[in-house]
Design a binder for this molecule. Structure first.
Ligand code: NAD
Length: 598
């Protein structure tokens, strides 16, 4: 039996008249395969001497509620892993990681894509430029990657423009199938992709495999379904008129994305844009371009026609700027810092491009005295330390009601002290390396700024003592006790640094939470359901989580208030971001209004 089973495998079995599939310990079924099993009546039977046959429906167990937040599909992955660990404690087998065993170690460097993908072909940059991508854990070069210049960007935009009519006019069913196939291939390649992402970004491999990857294939599944429900509406008009609203793709979309979740962000934007019938030029981040190139390879394998998705890594100031101002680009979808977002918005103004911006944040996790403190600690620790705190929606300010402040700080510090900082490629590692030396330096500078402005260092702010980590960009989980007016509470640090701020009562909580220029996300911890809604309604932020932190289902729109951006990723809202609205009015009556006739 294959280790990895897709929906196509199930369909093939059903066509051969098979009604059972033997599932062994390391067999992984894609979500689509589970659906196909249900649809075709193929029962999943656990292999092994002691196991009992299971109905297919049991394969997808209901998810228990967990205190920390995660992308919904990632949650499923972790819950399965925890369940397997539980079985092991009871004398069962080893825990099952994504593709079977926990994965460790770097990817096979020789197999990495390093060229530009334009019009379905791999090529060097026209000027031959390359930029090394660096391993954040050692600061050694992983590999040199072609760096696009303006000429390459122009070629990619032309290819996308040429591919547009056929892709836009393809039958929805066919377009939808290709997007579903991309989801399946990403899922099938999860171990390799997790290795690459972890190595290139410096994030723990366990996180790449269980948090990032499910959040990479899921948007493709979500938007492939929506391809077939894009519609318009007919307006109520006199019988002499037919007036309808039609949704059309915008055309060529330029995507510019950051290095912290490169594959996830490329997937969540790319799936929506392609589902809407656009073609794409993806400017991969220069600091971590490798998985975006893998996405290009996978898209071709899935049958995406040449030119529909072009992937061009390169420097922001050259490749990014050339894409943002290219007259052949109809829309720019940008994720990155607020500073660069402003530049991109200005660059798009030349040809009045549609521009959506997902920018920075300084999000609060607000803990009321009536909250379940244990859950609030677990969720708030998760909210700041996931991905080394290099997360736009990181809960980098924790606001705690004064009666429980001291106890919360103590318990938060105890929890953070247990986080295992280590080499990203080890399955046991929980906090990896910051993206590069410059970013690491910047985080240490903020530690000094915090001290200078009178904040108390509760923990961290120093390099971990482990000599194995000496060559990389590491810092211990850092906790400050401070006030909201401090720079460390106002500016995006983008590292594992949290400021815990006391407050008195609901009014002050809302005032402090909103007292920043950003407005991306917020967490609320309370047992009072009325308060949860009251506070949620008054927070100036795009995503609010109650009694959890950091959940990003593909169904839910994600976007910022204030300087955190404009427009959305994910949800139905994101599909609309890639569609133009056209109104068509027909005279179907027999009369003609002759204005100048009398
Ligand atoms: P960045 O703004 O430096 O770079 C983002 C992208 O823009 C990169 O691909 C870069 O090459 C490109 N770029 C740089 N200069 C450019 C220019 N002049 N013209 C066009 N493109 C240019 O951000 P980063 O350091 O890669 O990422 C970290 C930032 O991203 C943080 O501020 C973080 O909050 C934000 N972020 C936001 C979200 C969100 O959804 N809101 C998600 C992830 C990251």
């Amino acid at each position: 039996m294959k280790e990895f089973v897709t929906a196509d495998d199930i369909r093939a079995l059903a066509e051969q008249g098979e009604r059972e599939l033997m599932v062994r310990e390391h067999t992984t079924l894609t979500d689509a395969a589970l659906d196909a099993a249900r649809m075709h009546g193929v029962r999943l039977v656990e292999g092994g001497a002691t196991s009992q046959p299971q109905p297919a429906g049991d394969a997808v167990a209901a998810l228990p509620v967990t205190p920390g937040g995660l992308p919904a599909p990632a949650l499923a992955g972790l819950v399965r892993e925890q369940a397997a660990a539980g079985r092991r404690e009871q004398g069962g087998s080893r825990p099952s990681a994504p593709g079977g065993e926990p994965i460790e170690g770097p990817p096979d460097i020789g197999s990495l894509q390093t060229k530009l993908l334009i019009d379905g072909g791999w090529s060097d940059a026209a000027g031959g430029e390359t930029v090394p991508t660096i391993d954040p854990a050692t600061n050694h070069t992983i590999v040199d990657v072609a760096a696009a210049g303006p000429q390459d960007i122009d070629r990619a935009v032309r290819a996308a423009r040429e591919a547009l009519p056929a892709w836009r006019d393809m039958e929805p069913e066919k377009r939808s199938r290709i997007l579903l196939r991309i989801a399946e291939l990403i899922e099938a390649d999860r171990d390799r992709l997790a290795r690459i992402e972890s190595h290139d970004v410096g994030k723990p491999i366990r996180e790449a495999a269980l948090v990032d990857l499910p959040a990479c294939w899921d948007p493709w599944r979500f938007y492939q379904g929506l391809v077939r429900v894009i519609d318009g509406r007919v307006l109520a008009m006199p019988t002499s008129s037919l007036d309808y609203v039609r949704k059309e793709p915008m055309g060529v979309v330029g995507m510019i994305i950051p290095w912290n979740f490169p594959l996830h962000i490329a997937c969540r934007k790319g799936s929506a844009a392609l589902a809407a019938g656009n073609t794409v030029v993806l400017k991969a981040p220069e600091l971590a371009p490798l998985t975006c190139l893998e996405l290009g390879r996978i898209a071709l394998e899935a049958g995406l026609p040449p030119g529909v998705l072009n992937v061009v890594p390169g420097l922001g100031a050259t490749a990014g700027a050339a894409l943002a101002e290219h007259p052949g680009v109809d829309k720019i979808a940008f994720t990155g810092s607020t500073v660069t977002g402003r530049t991109v918005m200005r660059a798009g103004a030349g040809t009045i491009k549609r521009v959506s911006l997902e920018l920075g944040g300084k999000s609060p996790s607000i803990v009321f005295a009536d909250a379940d403190l244990e859950r609030a600690v677990i969720g708030s620790v998760f909210g700041i330390y996931l991905a080394q705190g290099e997360v736009c929606s990181a809960g980098s300010r924790v606001l705690v009601e004064r009666p429980v402040y001291d106890e919360f700080v103590r318990r938060f510090a105890d929890k953070a002290a247990g986080i295992r900082v280590g080499m990203p490629h080890r399955w046991s590692t929980q906090l990896g390396a910051l993206i590069n030396e410059r970013q690491c330096q910047r985080v240490y500078e903020y530690v000094e700024i915090g001290k200078a402005e009178g904040a108390t260092v509760v923990a961290g702010g120093v390099r971990p003592p482990d000599p194995e980590l000496a060559g990389g960009n590491f810092i211990e989980p850092t906790i400050f006790a401070g006030t909201n007016d401090m720079r460390i509470a106002q500016e995006e640090i983008f590292g594992p640094v949290v400021v815990i701020v006391p407050f008195d009562g609901e009014e002050e909580a809302v005032r402090i939470a909103n007292d920043v220029r950003y407005g991306l996300a917020a967490g609320i911890w309370t047992s009072d359901v009325g308060r949860a809604h009251r506070v949620a309604h008054r927070l100036e932020a795009g995503s609010i989580w109650v009694n959890q932190y950091g959940v990003y289902p593909s169904e839910a729109p994600f976007g910022g208030y204030k300087e955190s951006g404009t427009g959305y990723d994910l949800g139905l809202e994101s599909l609309s971001e890639y569609l133009e609205t056209k109104n068509i009015h027909l005279n179907i009556g027999t009369d003609t209004l002759d204005w100048y006739g009398s």
